[in-house]
Design a protein around this ligand. Structure first.
Ligand SMILES: Nc1nc2c(c(=O)[nH]1)N[C@H]1C(S)=C(S)[C@@H](COP(=O)(O)OP(=O)(O)OC[C@H]3O[C@@H](n4cnc5c(=O)[nH]c(N)nc54)[C@H](O)[C@@H]3O)O[C@H]1N2
Ligand SMILES: Nc1nc2c(c(=O)[nH]1)N[C@H]1C(S)=C(S)[C@@H](COP(=O)(O)OP(=O)(O)OC[C@H]3O[C@@H](n4cnc5c(=O)[nH]c(N)nc54)[C@H](O)[C@@H]3O)O[C@H]1N2
Ligand SMILES: [Mo]
Length: 573
């Protein structure tokens, strides 16, 4: 993010583009309300009438999968209406003329049939965004990234901020509001297949040398090519290129697309290790499960989406056989021949991050004590941290300028047809979290909603299929068929149904297409084709849904029972 989360309150305009903070990030949603109270304009561009749409000054119900067409048109209107900042473009960007060659044909009249947005509404939104004082922010989420044209959309979002000079000043710019509390933090620490801590590329010889020295290994020991990404693991197993999989804090059999296929692929592994805090459908098929402590039982740091580091403390000691993730990893490394002897998370933080990444050097444990925080870049001990990036128009490219990149619009990979006439879009709900291992083990939250979950369907689509609220229905796609409950919901658009991805029985990932963007490897979770059908015999359906859930639970309980390990196999713990 170029801006910080608290700074959102001080912007003159917030445009939420494929981002639903009310369900996903209630604390950010609160900031959006505060911004509105302080006079900011709110624009929501989402096919669903999300909660924030209720307080929006403009709501743009664009068609599912039309992001690039929409953004190109938005950019087209900005330039054709003279809403761009020519001086900023000249001084701080490159490539405008080339960029315009693509954008030029995306006039609102021509694209209305693709985006579903009238030229009048498109122009109003462009003016509101471009004119807002003192700044505008583009906030986006999975409605952008879980699409075929994800990287393309982000290039265009960035270009829009640049041509309007709604970036490079306080509380402005780009807010990819990243998913989990520490998803940015784990990337900062190098939990990515292409970089060391601090985004230092493994393909860069100087970076390899620096890390080899720090880790006390010969430089040749550090691979000079990028590793695999999790969404590619399945087919790499199929191709025989992956034989062992160490899966750490993921439940891919719930959260990756096309899970039935993935289950077959995982079965071909020679060894499958899982490290988790609960038994899941994935740990149930693992050869070895390493039980880790949970957020309440360990301490450490979180790195938030806006580059803010915070420390947190343990409330409880570890239970039973559970150990801290970092201890498990250090022990494993030691036993594999590379000793890691850290005694605390602080030592790891100081040696692996601060010492090796200049932009984080000032983020000391002292600074983050109590309710303290540190926001990178924070290069020195007395540096206050950096809430806003690119101030004054200095970008992090070699020439210091923003490079404008445009793309033609392309259709999603799978579009509706007569057999699968509905779009299946998968999203979040406030009461449950991702694979639901955590929230599903909480009695109170289970009372809010239970298996077999829900498919949200518009009243018109429901009526056409003879479906009423709470009826059990089949949802099927080219990949699978599941049973779930109908939630007739007028906030969603006709022609698309929405499911959340945490249900075991109403499992949307049995249906989703496995199509990933080559660069990011992010799956196209927002766009598959499906059909919804009423189950004829509702009484049978209720019994069936209950039975398959009970069977699955029984299998999981059996799998999680401790297995006898002979003392000589227990190692030296
Ligand atoms: N309660 C709860 N909170 C969570 C999570 C959870 O599971 N439960 N998960 C966390 C994680 S991992 C993440 S990544 C974040 C994600 O948080 P968000 O980014 O808010 O994720 P989604 O709800 O999946 O999708 C956002 C919006 O994209 C819209 N959308 C779908 N298709 C399109 C399209 O073609 N164009 C546009 N413009 N919009 C579209 C959807 O209607 C939806 O409102 O939430 C985090 N917070
Ligand atoms: N259809 C569809 N699928 C999706 C999405 C979607 O929008 N639609 N969203 C995708 C997105 S954005 C994301 S981020 C993924 C999330 O998918 P996952 O990462 O698979 O799910 P999570 O529930 O976040 O957590 C994974 C596991 O981590 C464990 N865990 C929690 N804390 C700890 C810990 O401290 N240590 C260890 N070792 N384990 C721990 C949990 O018990 C859980 O089993 O789902 C993706 N899948
Ligand atoms: Mo996520």
């Amino acid at each position: 993010m170029s801006v910080s989360v608290p700074g959102l309150e001080n912007a003159g305009c917030l445009m939420l583009f494929g981002y639903n903070p009310n369900a996903s990030h209630p604390i950010v949603a609160r900031r959006v309300v505060k911004a509105k109270e302080k006079g900011a304009k709110i624009i929501v561009a989402d096919p669903r009438y999300i909660e924030t749409a209720r307080i929006a000054d403009l709501y743009l119900p664009l068609n599912n999968g039309s992001n690039v067409a929409f953004l190109n048109t938005f950019a087209n209107v900005i330039v054709n209406e003279g809403l761009h900042d020519k001086q900023f473009i000249d001084e701080h960007t490159v490539g405008f003329d080339e960029w315009w060659k693509t954008i030029e044909s995306y006039t609102p009249d021509r694209t209305e049939s693709i985006t579903g947005i009238s030229p009048r509404l498109m122009k109003e939104a462009a003016r509101m965004y471009a004119h807002a004082q003192p700044s505008s922010v583009l906030c986006w989420g999975m409605g952008v990234t879980q699409q075929k044209q994800n990287v393309e959309s982000i290039h265009t979002l960035a270009a829009i901020a640049c041509i309007t000079h709604q970036i490079a000043k306080p509380n402005s710019g780009l807010a990819p509001v990243r998913g989990q509390n520490n998803v940015q933090g784990s990337c900062d620490m190098g939990a990515l297949p292409n970089v060391f801590p601090g985004y230092q590329k493994v393909t860069d010889a100087a970076h390899r040398q620096k890390f080899a020295e720090a880790w006390g290994v010969p430089t040749e020991k550090l691979s000079d090519h990028e590793g695999y990404k999790v969404s590619n693991v399945g087919h790499l197993i199929e191709e025989g290129r992956i034989r062992a999989f160490y899966n750490f804090g993921e439940d891919p059999l719930q959260t990756e697309p096309d899970t039935r296929k993935l289950a077959q692929q995982l079965a071909a592994l020679e060894i499958f290790v899982c490290q988790d805090i609960f038994m899941t459908q994935t740990t149930a098929v693992a050869d070895v499960v390493l039980p880790a402590t949970s957020w309440g039982e360990h301490e450490g740091t979180f790195g938030a989406c806006d580059r803010t580091f915070q420390r947190f403390d343990a409330a409880l000691p570890p239970k039973g056989e559970c150990r801290h993730d970092w201890e498990i990893i250090a022990d494993l490394s030691t036993r594999m021949g590379h000793p890691i002897t850290y005694k605390s998370t602080r030592e790891i933080w100081d040696n692996e991050l601060r010492a090796l990444w200049p932009a984080a050097f000032g983020a000391t444990y002292e600074k983050m004590a109590g309710l303290g925080h540190a926001q990178w870049p924070i290069p020195t001990l007395d540096h206050p941290g950096t809430p806003d990036l690119f101030l004054g128009g200095k970008f992090t490219t070699p020439d210091g300028k923003a490079h404008l990149i445009a793309h033609e619009y392309k259709l999603p990979t799978e579009t509706p047809d007569t057999k699968y006439p509905l779009i299946l879009c998968t999203v979040r709900e406030v009461g449950h979290y991702s694979c639901r291992s955590m929230t599903g083990n909480c009695t109170t939250l289970s009372l809010l909603a239970e298996e077999p979950g829900f498919v949200h369907i518009n009243a018109l689509d429901a009526e056409a299929r003879g479906i009423k609220q709470d009826d059990l229905v089949w949802v099927y796609s080219r990949r699978g068929k599941i049973i779930t409950r109908a939630e007739v919901d007028d906030r969603i658009n006709v022609g698309t149904v929405y499911m959340t991805y945490q249900w075991w029985i109403g499992k949307c990932n049995d249906l989703t297409i496995h199509a990933v963007d080559k660069r990011s490897a992010t799956p196209e979770d927002k766009h598959s084709a499906c059909q919804v059908e009423l189950v004829d015999d509702q009484l049978w359906a209720e019994q069936h849904a209950h039975e398959i859930y009970m069977n699955l639970k029984a299998r999981m309980t059996q799998e999680s029972a401790p297995q006898q390990i002979a003392p000589h196999q227990r190692g030296d713990r």
